[in-house]
Design a protein around this ligand. Sequence first.
Ligand SMILES: *Cc1c(COP(=O)(O)O)cnc(C)c1O
Length: 373
Amino acid sequence: MVDLKSQYNFIQDEVQTELLKVLETTSFINGPAVKDFQVNLEKYLGVKHVIPCANGTDALQIALMGLELQPGDEVITADFTFAATVEVISLLKLKPVLIDVDPQTFNLDPTRIEAAITSKTKAIIPVHLFGQAADMDTINAIAARYNLFVVEDNAQGIGARYTNKKGEKTMTGTLGHIAATSFFPSKNLGAYGDGGAIFTNDDDLAHFIRGIVNHGMYERYYHDVVGVNSRLDSMQAAILNIKLKYLDFYNERRKEAAIRYSQLLSNHPNIITPYRDAVCDSHVFHQYTLRIVNADRDALVNYLQDHQIPCGVYYPVPLHRQKAYEDPEVNEANFPVTNQLVKEVISLPMHSELMLDQIEFITEKVLSFLNSN
Ligand SMILES: *Cc1c(COP(=O)(O)O)cnc(C)c1O
């Protein structure tokens, strides 16, 4: 699904030089590389504060801790996403309120938010799923009307530029009150291990969160709040600092691959190719995900695997049907889109090193399966 080896070969010399520097300085935690990366990412995103941490799940949890929500407070998020988003809500004894997604973008459907709001609702977490920016204008407008926080899960969307109603472009992750991202190796900006970060333009919130990630300390050995220990190490920061320079290039390559895939696949009656806007700035194709309609998606998965073509089903089970998050009062009728998508989605190989002949080979196999079944 990804080709981290070819990507590494391209930046190998830079990576080795920078890693050796970290080894020489022996400043493995909170060294200069972490600060450099933080500042460079703040500049890239156009955001006032980046707070690095250990992984994307921590970033989400710490972002919610920063908002000081109380047990029982409700947080609205999408039914169709990776479980980390709802996991941290539950861990903090908050109540996840899952809503259905938009069939075109796979993102939280803003027309369903208001019906889910109660007196206990405190926050909305839109996920920029598969790299496609969520409808932030509408989500932010609803949040403002009901006085809710907006926490962006930008783990799959880093580098995407959201175009608002006025035509202005803004990086995803800087559009809500606070955002979380992941530097898991296969993400668009991936480390060679775990990493994550929190973004915000709010000075007070940033200060509060810098303490939370460090055991609730604002002054050494004085613990003002219950925090956590969540750090990005210097080696990962050094690698991320190099890869950040190439992020737009990597995302551009993904976009080119996606456009080529869609050209080759768009005219088939059993295939719905991913939605993208005219300029395609709002999508960084963390995944290239098709809907297979009126055909056997699972048989296609097996067929591709038999032909040594990696593919993935993200995600096969809606969150509202996961054992850990089951709500006995759930109404299946509220989730028509997610319930359909889990049967139809298939993600094809997508990365910045994908070659045209590979794309042609993959699409030929997809089409030959659909045409013979
Ligand atoms: C990857 C991911 C996370 C979690 O990130 P980790 O670094 O693996 O903890 C959270 N949300 C989404 C949408 C993700 O894709």
